[in-house]
Design a protein around this ligand. Structure first.
Ligand SMILES: [Zn+2]
Length: 211
């Protein structure tokens, strides 16, 4: 599956030009000079999480930021994490998107690494630093004393989504737009092997499958 070499990426571009591009030619012409996306999608950089695929959306619909672990830095710490925070700022203040989706997923290596010791992460110091933004998730799961590794994994992944939703409202302009009812904030959990997506229901504090 991962055997594709560089040449096959070039082949992919040729096939895109010959097939999908032709199919959506009018759409590309329409969005060529401006974008008006309805949603900011914050997802994991994981190769198995494909925002447009799982939402059946087309170019121009999702403004997407992907990073390891689908994290949102706290507003006060944000000066150091500009790639993610500038995307949030631009999406909300300039593009005036209507929805923000934070999407976690099953088998997330980033969330799993929250439980790795410092030595295991010594080769990836930037990743370790970045993941410190989710330290509360690790602390919560550890405090719950869950022994079953599978349960610990999915709980951490789901708690992480909720934690990042909370980080999002530390941004004053996000909070304002949310309070004015101009912005929805959703937390999703995507299960790779079943294709299911679960939507966080704050009133029940649980994820409910989208049917
Ligand atoms: Zn991930």
């Amino acid at each position: 599956m991962s055997e594709r070499d560089e040449g096959s990426l070039f082949d992919g571009v040729r096939r895109f030009n010959q097939t999908d591009f032709i199919e959506h030619r009018e759409l590309f012409a329409r969005v060529a000079r401006r974008q008006d996306p309805h949603t900011l999608f914050v997802g994991c950089a994981d190769s198995r999480v494909i925002p447009n695929l799982i939402t059946k959306t087309l170019p121009g619909e999702l403004f997407t930021v992907r990073n390891v672990g689908n994290l949102v830095p706290f507003y006060r710490e944000a000066e150091e994490y500009l790639a993610t925070t500038s995307a949030i700022e631009y999406a909300v203040r300039i593009l005036r998107i209507k929805n923000i989706v934070i999407c976690g997923h099953s088998n997330c290596g980033g969330v799993g690494a929250l439980f790795a010791d410092d030595e295991a992460l010594s080769a990836v110091p930037h990743t370790r630093r970045w993941l410190s933004l989710a330290r509360r998730v690790r602390d919560r799961v550890v405090a719950e004393g869950i022994d079953d590794p599978v349960e610990r994994e999915w709980r951490a992944e789901q708690y992480n989504v909720v934690e990042q939703m909370n980080h999002l409202v530390t941004y004053p302009y996000v909070k304002d737009a949310f309070r004015r009812g101009e912005l929805s904030i959703r937390g999703w959990y995507y299960v790779i092997e079943t294709g299911e997506v679960f939507d966080y229901d704050p009133s029940k504090a649980e994820f409910v499958r989208i049917e």
